[in-house]
Design a protein around this ligand. Structure first.
Ligand code: COA
Length: 207
């Protein structure tokens, strides 16, 4: 733990090392990675033609994961919501998806996204398919998202989460996020990370 920043650098396990990177355009990058269990995944920026991948990803989440992600009772995403999730304003939004399989058998198994707010801060969300959780994918997606935020000059990131979201509580602590109550709503907490802290920048940029 870095006492000055409160950030606990997390060494990337060798199984999660990036094994290849190809730059497609300045706004679109992709990375190959291997999870703890040896399975390969591709991580890349979301595209506007990913709407059906994103629909299937949300619909196959367990009710608990969907509730924790959307903080409500969303069952099936509307076309309008899906468009908002895949057609992004590159000046304000980043969304990185994790994919397995090829062609028609390709499926989305995780996504991490951020939305820039005023004063160089951003809100983020991360979700991993239930059967792919606890393999290091959430960590990997967040490391790339943090890196992307730092590259954009964002100074801090935060997520508002259900207070009973225990997986997120441990996951956020593991990544060095601080946890605080949300004023006026005892059902929520805020997880935040100061990206201007030297240790956080150094750690995220090392991926
Ligand atoms: C929170 C969430 C994104 C975490 O994703 P994940 O892919 O399970 O996360 P990881 O596998 O990277 O990490 C989970 C834990 O498993 C550990 N882990 C799993 N397998 C491991 C292994 N083989 N060896 C070592 N550690 C392992 C990680 O170190 C980590 O531990 P820690 O958090 O206690 O330090 C996931 O639970 C989720 O999608 N939840 C539903 C949606 C949600 O709540 N999103 C957050 C609000 S937007």
């Amino acid at each position: 733990m870095d006492i000055a920043t409160g950030f606990r650098p997390v060494p990337i396990p060798t199984r999660l090392m990036r094994v290849g990177q190809s730059e497609i355009s300045s706004d679109e990058k992709s990375w190959d990675a291997v999870l703890y269990d040896g399975q390969s995944v591709l991580i890349r920026n979301i595209r506007k033609d990913d709407i059906e991948l994103e629909r299937r990803f949300i619909e196959q989440l367990s009710p608990t994961s969907r509730r924790f992600r959307f903080l409500g009772t969303l069952v099936s995403p509307s076309d309008n919501l899906l468009r908002q999730l895949v057609v992004l304003d590159p000046a304000r939004n980043v969304a990185l998806i994790a994919l397995v399989g090829e062609g028609r058998n390709q499926s989305e198994i995780g996504v991490a996204r951020l939305s820039v707010e005023a004063d160089d801060t951003c809100e983020f969300a991360v979700t991993v398919s239930d059967e792919w959780q606890n393999k290091g994918l959430g960590t990997l997606l967040m490391q790339h998202l943090i890196c992307s935020a730092i590259e954009r000059g964002i100074k801090s990131m935060h997520s508002i989460d259900a207070i009973n979201n225990e997986p997120m509580r441990e996951f956020a602590a593991h990544l060095g996020f601080k946890r605080a109550p949300v004023p006026d709503d005892a059902t929520l907490v805020i997880h935040s990370l100061d990206l201007s802290a030297t240790a956080a920048r150094k750690h995220a940029m090392s991926i």
